[in-house]
Design a protein around this ligand. Structure first.
Ligand code: CU
Length: 155
């Protein structure tokens, strides 16, 4: 009887354990890092973050193993000039997505040890309120394919 109880307990704990491995329910898709000419100290990274979980999550920061500092920036046009501003918190309701894309919100990778080159894979992590992190591997590309040419480089 005791054995049976333990088995039942263990099986009821199993789904809990797998839930704990991804408590935030935040999934990251399509991550990529822009390869700029070597010697540039900074670059930007882009991805889509979707909250698939039952609760709201708040993105409070980001990090990458290739940059000293990674910040969330938005781009705003002020007097015809593109200006970047740091975003401190980015809340996502259940089912909501945040798109980090050229010309808009992006991850700014600053203080690069070395500019990544196409073919590299770069780890990107989003930091969430509550000390959680969600990470993904990003491809490195020269550009997104500009709007006019729709030139996407598939490898
Ligand atoms: Cu920026």
């Amino acid at each position: 009887m005791k054995k049976l109880l333990i088995a039942a307990l263990a099986s009821s704990l199993a789904p809990l354990a797998s839930f704990a491995a991804d408590p935030a329910g935040l999934s990251l898709q399509g991550a990529w890092v822009r390869a700029l000419p070597p010697g540039q100290p900074n670059t930007a990274a882009y991805l889509t973050a979707t909250n698939n979980g039952p609760a709201a999550v708040t993105i409070v920061g980001a990090c990458s193993d290739i940059a000293d500092v990674t910040q969330i920036h938005t781009t705003r046009e002020v007097d015809g000039l593109q200006r970047m501003e740091r975003v401190g918190e980015l809340p996502l309701a259940p089912g909501q997505s945040a798109t980090f894309a050229p010309g808009g919100t992006h991850l700014m990778l600053m203080g690069l040890a070395r500019m990544p080159v196409p073919g590299d894979r770069v780890q990107l992590c989003l930091e969430l309120a509550g000390d959680e992190q969600v990470c993904t591997l990003a491809d490195v590309r020269k550009d997104a394919g500009d709007e006019q040419s729709h030139e996407h480089h598939q490898h």
